[in-house]
Design a protein around this ligand. Structure first.
Ligand SMILES: C[C@H](NC(=O)[C@@H](N)CCCCN)C(=O)O
Length: 526
C-alpha cells in the first residue's frame, strides 16, 4: 500500500499530548468552579458573621457575643462592649466552655471574620443541584450533543467555555450583592440568581465535557485512548481537589464566599483562552485529515444525521453504561457537596480542616485514574473494573452511614477507598462508550450519557438538602441547631451504590453476549 505523504497532526506524540493538556486545562478550570462552594456549606448556612480563631476553631459571631457577655456577667466584669462590628482580626476574647464535662475559661484570638449567608440546607441543596437544571429541564445537554456532531469541536467548545465563564460571573455577582430579605419562589433571591448563574455555568461545563471527550477520541483513537481519558479526568480532579482545599481559606482571606467564586471566574477566563489555542491545532488536524482522505481517494466522512440517534437509543449496552453512570456519579459528586459538613458534625473535624478530607478523594484519583486507564488500555477488564468500583462505593457509604468509628482518621481511610472507587469506574466507563457507539455518533452518545447523569446531579443534592433539613438536623429547646445526624442521607447514597453494582453486573453479561470488547484491551496491535 502506498505510504500516506500527508501525516495527521495526531500521529505526532508531542502534538496529541499537547492538545490533550490544553483542552484538559479548560476542563480543569470548570471543575474548580463546580465544587468551589462545597467547603463553604457551613458558612453559607450560617446567619450573620462567622468568626475563625487562630486555633482553627470557628463559631457564629452571635454565639461568641452571647458567650462573652455571659462570661463578663458571671465574673462581674464591666460589659466588654462587644458588638458584631468590633469582631476583627487579632481581637482576643474570654468565655467559658465545657471541656470534657468541666467548665473552663478559654481565651481565643480571632484570625478572620467572614460573612455567612443564612441559607437553609434546602436552599443550599437547590443551589448545588442547579448545575444540572438547564441541562435536564431545557434539554440543553441533549441539544449540545447534536450541535457538537453537526458543528464540530471548535464552534461547540468556544461556545460552551464562553457559557461557563458567563455563568460564573452571574454566580459571583449574586453572591457579592446584598438582596436584603427579597424572596422568590419561597427562597432568598440571592439563592435563585446564584442558582441561575450556576445553571448557565453547568450547561457550559457539560457541553465542554462532551466536546473534550470527542476531542480526545479524535486524537487518541487506536492509540493510548483510556490513558488519555484518564489523564484528562485526573487534571479535572486537580480542579476539584483545589476547590475543596483552597475555597474556605480564600473565602476567609477575602471576608466573603464570593471571593472564591471570583478566583474561579478568573481561572475560567484563562481556560476559555486556552481553548482558543486548541482551535488552531484542531484546524490543522482537520486539514491533514481531509488531505489524507483526498490523497487516498476516500470520500469525506458522512456527517451526523438525526436518524443516527435511533441507533444509539436502541442499543442495550449503551443504556446500561448510561444507567451505571447515573447511579455511580449520583453517589459521588452530590456527596462531595455535603461531605465537608459531614466531617464537621459526624467526625468532629474543625471547620478549617474539614474540606481537606473530602479533597483527598480527588487528589487520590489524580494518580490512580491514569493508572487504571493504562491498565484498561493494556489488559482490558473494563466491565470488571466497573463492578469492583461500584462495590467499593457502596461499602464506603454504608460505613459513613453507620454510627460507629466517628474518628477523623477513619473518615480519612474511608475517603481514600472512595478515591480508589472514583478512579476505577470513570477510567473504565468513559473509554467503553466508543466500543459500543461509532465515532460519528459519539458526541450525541456522550451527550445522552451526560444528560441522564445530570438528572442525578440536579436532583440528588436537592433531595439530600431537603432530607438534611427534614430528618437530620437536631435542635435544642430554644430551636437553635445543635448538630446533624447523617444516617438518612448516607443510606440514600448507599442505595445508589447498590444500583450501580447490579447494573455493572448486567453490563458484563451483556458484553459477553454482544462482544462489545469491554473486557478487551484498547491498544490495537500493529
Ligand atoms: C469525565 C466525567 N465527567 C462527568 O461526569 C461530567 N458529566 C460531570 C462533571 C461534574 C463535575 N463536578 C468525570 O468527571 O468523571
Amino acid at each position: 500500500m502506498k505510504e500516506q505523504i500527508q501525516k495527521r497532526l495526531s500521529d505526532s506524540k508531542a502534538a496529541r499530548w499537547t492538545a490533550l493538556i490544553i483542552v484538559s486545562f479548560t476542563m480543569m478550570c470548570g471543575y474548580f468552579l463546580t465544587d468551589v462552594m462545597a467547603p463553604l456549606e457551613n458558612l453559607l448556612t450560617t446567619k450573620g458573621k462567622v468568626v475563625y480563631f487562630t486555633d482553627n476553631t470557628s463559631m457564629p459571631a452571635d454565639t461568641l457575643v452571647a458567650k462573652v457577655a455571659l462570661f463578663a456577667e458571671s465574673n462581674a466584669l464591666s460589659s466588654p462592649d462587644l458588638t458584631v462590628q468590633k469582631l476583627e482580626e487579632g481581637a482576643r476574647y474570654q468565655y467559658i466552655e465545657t471541656v470534657e464535662g468541666k467548665q473552663e475559661t478559654v481565651e481565643k484570638t480571632i484570625s478572620t471574620v467572614s460573612s455567612g449567608k443564612g441559607w437553609s440546607s434546602t436552599e443550599y441543596g437547590f443551589f448545588s443541584g442547579a448545575y444540572g437544571y438547564i441541562n435536564v429541564f431545557l434539554l440543553m445537554l441533549f441539544f449540545g450533543g447534536i450541535i457538537l456532531d453537526k458543528m464540530g469541536v471548535r464552534f461547540t467548545g468556544v461556545m460552551s467555555s464562553g457559557l461557563m465563564f458567563a455563568g460564573a460571573l452571574i454566580k459571583w455577582y449574586a453572591l457579592q450583592a446584598d438582596f436584603g430579605d427579597a424572596m422568590l419562589w419561597g427562597m432568598n433571591l440571592q439563592v435563585i440568581i446564584a442558582a441561575l448563574g450556576f445553571s448557565i455555568f453547568g450547561m457550559g461545563a457539560e457541553i465542554t465535557g462532551i466536546t473534550v471527550s470527542k476531542v480526545i477520541v479524535k486524537w487518541f483513537a487506536g492509540k493510548e485512548l483510556a490513558l488519555a481519558m484518564g489523564l484528562q479526568v485526573a487534571m479535572a480532579r486537580i480542579g476539584t481537589a483545589l476547590a475543596l482545599a483552597v475555597s474556605l481559606p480564600v473565602a476567609r482571606m477575602m471576608g466573603d464566599v464570593s471571593g472564591s467564586v471570583l478566583v474561579g471566574a478568573i481561572a475560567l477566563c484563562v481556560g476559555f483562552i486556552s481553548y482558543l489555542v486548541y482551535c488552531v491545532m484542531d484546524r490543522k488536524e482537520d486539514a491533514a485529515i481531509s488531505a489524507a482522505r483526498a490523497e487516498a481517494g476516500e470520500a469525506p466522512e458522512e456527517g451526523f444525521k438525526l436518524s443516527d440517534l435511533k441507533l444509539i437509543l436502541c442499543n442495550k449496552g449503551f443504556w446500561l453504561i448510561t444507567l451505571l453512570c447515573l447511579m455511580f456519579y449520583a453517589g459521588v459528586f452530590p456527596f462531595l457537596k455535603f461531605a465537608t459538613k459531614l466531617m464537621i458534625y459526624k467526625y468532629e473535624v474543625p471547620e478549617s480542616f474539614a474540606g481537606l478530607i473530602p479533597a483527598l478523594l480527588p487528589f487520590g484519583t489524580i494518580l490512580l485514574t491514569p493508572v487504571f486507564g493504562t491498565l484498561y488500555d493494556r489488559i482490558g477488564r473494563g466491565a470488571t473494573l466497573m463492578i469492583i468500583g461500584s462495590v467499593m462505593l457502596t461499602t464506603v457509604h454504608v460505613l459513613f452511614a453507620l454510627p460507629i468509628m466517628n474518628y477523623w482518621w477513619f473518615a480519612v481511610i474511608v475517603m481514600i477507598v472512595l478515591g480508589i472507587a472514583f478512579s476505577l469506574v470513570p477510567s473504565a466507563l468513559w473509554p467503553s462508550v466508543p466500543k459500543i457507539i461509532p465515532m460519528k455518533q459519539l458526541g450525541s452518545a456522550y451527550a445522552i450519557v451526560f444528560y441522564i447523569q445530570n438528572i442525578g446531579l440536579a436532583m440528588v443534592p436537592t433531595l439530600i438538602g431537603f432530607v438534611i433539613d427534614r430528618f437530620s438536623t437536631q435542635y435544642n429547646a430554644a430551636g437553635a441547631i445543635t448538630g446533624y445526624d447523617y444516617t438518612a442521607p448516607m443510606v440514600i447514597f448507599a442505595i445508589f451504590g447498590l444500583c450501580a453494582i447490579v447494573i455493572a453486573g448486567i453490563l458484563k453479561q451483556e458484553d459477553r453476549r454482544k462482544h462489545y470488547g469491554l473486557e478487551e484491551s484498547n491498544i490495537k496491535k500493529k
